[in-house]
Design a protein around this ligand. Structure first.
Ligand code: AMP
Ligand code: ZN
Length: 112
């Protein structure tokens, strides 16, 4: 997808602050953080939403990555939130599957 910002971030065409990378995923800092930690776990392959995601192991990989980053960054025990916003009423703005990972303050209300 040539006009997709997360595809461009994954291919390094667009700059971002990368905090983790694996074969299928890249994790970056959100440009407009809603919590002290606000990361975006993004598949390198373009799926517009979770509904089109045909790689089911990818979804497990995303959650496993969130768990690992929570442990590595030291907020696992205090707590964190993972969400996947889907389509308009789900609050999805960027049409490339991604999982926000938020931590560092009590989280109620804004869902990512
Ligand atoms: P969503 O509402 O789930 O589609 O969330 C999209 C998120 O992507 C928002 O929290 C934005 O702040 C974030 N975002 C948009 N563009 C960028 C970018 N270039 N680098 C990092 N985060 C971005
Ligand atoms: Zn994309």
């Amino acid at each position: 997808m040539s006009d997709c910002i997360f595809c461009k971030i994954a291919s390094r065409e667009m700059p971002s602050t990368i905090v983790d990378e694996s074969e299928k995923l890249i994790t970056i800092k959100d440009i407009n953080p809603q919590a002290p930690t606000h990361l975006l776990i993004i598949p390198k392959e373009h799926f517009p939403t979770i509904l089109e995601c045909t790689d089911k192991t990818l979804l497990g990989d995303m959650l496993t990555t969130a768990n690992r980053l929570a442990e590595e960054q030291g907020f696992a025990q205090k707590g964190f939130r993972t969400v996947i916003n889907t389509n308009e009423e789900g609050g999805q703005i960027v049409r490339h599957l991604h999982m926000p990972l938020l931590a560092g303050r009590p989280l109620s209300g804004k869902m990512g």
